[in-house]
Design a protein around this ligand. Sequence first.
Ligand SMILES: [Zn+2]
Length: 297
Amino acid sequence: MTAGKLTISIDLELAWGVWDHLTPDDLRLAETTERTICAALIDLFDRHQVPATWAVVAALLDEASAKARPGPKACWFAPDIVERLLKNTAGHEIGSHSGRHIYFDTADPAEARADLEFAKAVHRAHGLAFESLVFPRGAAGHLATVADLGLKVFNAADVGWVEGARRFGRRAGQAANLLDKLLPVPPQSAFAERCGPLIHIPKSMLLMGRNGPRRWVLPAVTRAKLRAGLRRAQETGGIFHLWFHPSNFYFRRDEQLATLDWFLAHAANEAARGLIEIRTMGSYAGAPAGAYPERAA
Ligand SMILES: [Zn+2]
């Protein structure tokens, strides 16, 4: 039997994540809060020796890209955060979250290629790995180009009933999403699948921010879901793929960090007992042919 797996991915993007619907609040929080949170996250992962995949928007390392954007440079340019990240002792993987956070479902072939070529050049110039891609907003596309540039593993969609509800329209999707977060519904396991030369690792659960109505989601419910997601992966032999952005810690920061601290301690303990494998996204590359089912087109 294959052991269950835990994979954690973190999208590091600062204001690039919201460049197309930017508010003054986004800029203020990215400037004043993001660095403290990243430092706290890196410390937490170091303390528990749990490796994650940090999917970085390459433009964060390109000063010229920042100059073209509104507001303080610190919201768009963050080599200091990447430098701090590279000093981690947890064994993190550096992945890509694209060049400038474009959307690959609507980008034309030339745009998609230019964005990924830019990302690859930045990663190469900084000696960063370039194997795993987390598509901005989960909007996948141009997979042949992705593979052509040497990427091996990607993430697009979430698994789970919330995605199912979205088929009934945006409102149903939003309602299902909030309900899903309020109730201790166990997150589904993800299973690696082969898409041509690439491997797709779907997501199981977003560690959601605590602003707006989401502040009513009790930490106890989030903990129950985290525990249930990991247990379900153990039962199914699948992957519990947890993901978030540092911005998901902007509100109720200490409570959110305490939840993650608790979960990483739990996961590290399960791993030490041989009950779960902790794997980065890139670690799924290089599996023998036939290891993962082919995704139906
Ligand atoms: Zn993003």
